[in-house]
Design a protein around this ligand. Sequence first.
Ligand code: MLT
Length: 404
Amino acid sequence: MFRVNANYLNLNESYLFSTIAHKVASYKEQNPGCREVISLGIGDVTQPLVPAVVDAMEKASRQMGRQETFRGYGPEQGYSFLREAIALNDYNDRGVDIAPDEIFIGDGAKSDIANILDILGSDNTVALADPVYPVYLDSNIMAGRKEIFKLPATASNNYAPQIPRNGIDIIYLCYPNNPTGATLTRKELQEWIEYARRNRSLILFDSAYEAFITDEDVPHSIYELPGAKEVAIEFRSFSKTAGFTGIRCGYTVVPKTLTGLAECVSGNRREVSLRELWNRRQTTKFNGASYISQRAAEAVYSPAGKLQTREIIEYYRQNAKLLRESLQSLGCNVTGGINAPYIWLSTPDGVESWDFFDQLLKKCQLVVTPGVGFGEYGEGHVRLTAFNTREKTIEAIERLQTSL
Ligand code: MLT
């Protein structure tokens, strides 16, 4: 008789953002006449794709409709036009030596971050921050990993978890951080790299929110720092940078210098290239992001695309500033919202985060994300996103002013 992957029974019953969507849907059903519910919950974008991207998609669609320019399966690693544009613009032009063939195009950072576990041994120990983006934890539970260490990220350490004393095999770092909006300076990130080098650990670095960085001392890529190419894989996404949550395109960088230890059943041990393993995994299990999405992503790097996407990021940054400053002027305790699209708010009087979620939904018709959904150290907080429209962000602030 077949068996299921019983590790799934160790997960929370439902994914955080699905639970929230379900609660909001049932609130609306029970309150049909209520005013519009404003979401500052899931980090989903609201601004339309920029003209440079739309033009590229139109052109790519037309190419797909003509015999002489039609394309079927693309390379599993991504088209070279996009890998080259990324290497040049996101790395080489910033003084970072990453080659196009170290970049693998995917359908967004979320899937790659979860799928990368395919190439890592199941007996590795894992460390992640608490609170944390739930995908890191859930994907490790699904894979049956037993030793998962949670590193508290709280106000007392400025939301930068302490580096463990013992040697952990796999470490997740997300900066600018989801959910707290915290960042690491170059010096702080360098300490993690040194730790990984000393302990032969692997850092999985999620920099999906790098476009929001304004501070010179906050690195956009872990590879800006010496030694990172020997210890880190980096994940990036066009979702928040260029509004691709509905288009789907992201990429993963696996440097050629990154190796890991393979222990075979025969007892042989040898160093293997992670880039080769990831390439092997992708060619078997993935058929590439669509040609149209990849042409759209390429257009983000055109002169017009750069200008237009920068404007949108600036729009969300202003939302973040408005939210942060208004909450502060109401006497709330907030962090994040600078170099990041997320604002981390301490609930008034330490109210539990799901209770505060319910209060805001019922009193203000406002959706936020309960901090405890990101881990036990998120209790007593909620996360607000800057991704709604300016009008709705202002209205959300007005609703908060009447009820906080
Ligand atoms: C979030 O709200 O944390 C993100 O939108 C989730 C994601 O990017 O998958």
